[in-house]
Design a protein around this ligand. Sequence first.
Ligand SMILES: O=C(O)CCC(=O)C(=O)O
Ligand SMILES: [Mn+2]
Length: 385
Amino acid sequence: MDFYLGIAVLVTHSNKASSTPVMVKREVSMCFQLSTGHKVKGNGHSWTNTEKDQDKLWQIMEKLECFFGTLVGCNVYITPSDSQGLPPHHDDVEVFILQVEGEKHWRLYEPLVPLARQYDVAPEDKVTTPSHEFLLKEGDLLYFPRGVIHQADTPASSSHSTHVTISCYQNTSWADYIQDLMPALLHDAANENVNLRKGIPLQQLLHLDSTSSGSTLAGLLKDLADRIEGGCQLRSCEMLRDFMGHRLPPFMKDSSPLYQGKKGTAKKSVHPPNLNSTIKLQHQDYAAITVDHVPKMLDPTEELVIYVFHALNNSRESHMVSDTEESPPVTGLRFPLSHMNALKAIWENKPLRVKDLPLESDRDKENLAISLWTEGLIENVHTED
Ligand SMILES: O=C(O)CCC(=O)C(=O)O
Ligand SMILES: [Mn+2]
């Protein structure tokens, strides 16, 4: 079995009898592979960098990122016969476990923190009777949610075990989403509601048991809830940028006519569209329209504009690499709010004539089509003479 991607390979080994498991962790940020012929005996392990079948995980994971709308991570665990790698723990991600070689004996336990938002090792006294116990064999798939306590060992009857853990929904709970929405929601609400601009009571910060101001606070939060119910424009600030900027580009074989270059740069259909062209959206799953302010240093008026973010030019190498490690920021286009109806019309994903776009001037229609075409987001289906 061959694997590929910017993933972590965890070769874990410890004597089952030992209470302190040893984990040999090898983080990789570049593409690499694990070869079929690796040997895992005793504490030994090896792999080679062959180039075969290297795209399989990319293909699966980028489709899962489209489906879930969250980043999808991947770890490979190799555990020798008659040993266990990790102690009982729960993860902060939803996991799909693919048993690819050998067998693994799994024990799952009721969560102490259902839908946990943090990884944690389970206290020994809480790991008593498993809720589920089974043997995964080659080709089996296991799913369990965040927070389920688990441990796994390779039985003596199996020469080794290799499994791939595909994970998603890290930091993607309602709590994370509300936290992401809140700054922009408050900013806009405070522009309109003088009550939110009033000063907090004297020495409020010094008295955290603020029972006296509790009802004022609750009332202001209810106002925010009313704004949302009234259909105000929500702006996801960081989560969308993080997802779009760090997800995988669409899977394409190098030979595909759509992509060229090693970074998977979107290739455009041959002719740019003009007013007489019929255009159609492509790669909708890899793009999102959002409304946000232009950063204050670029535009002190804080005008709202439309951003079209997309992942078509993302590189596989920067998948889930944080910005501090020099990954490129999210790519996208910026349009005035007046372009919203035209963008919505294109996003209906049906062939559409450029001259029928709901925009004031022919120049705006053509410019919008050309901008999206340049990014590889629309195709020029045909152009009338
Ligand atoms: O194989 C192991 O020791 C544990 C693997 C695990 O915890 C996981 O895949 O989430
Ligand atoms: Mn785990």
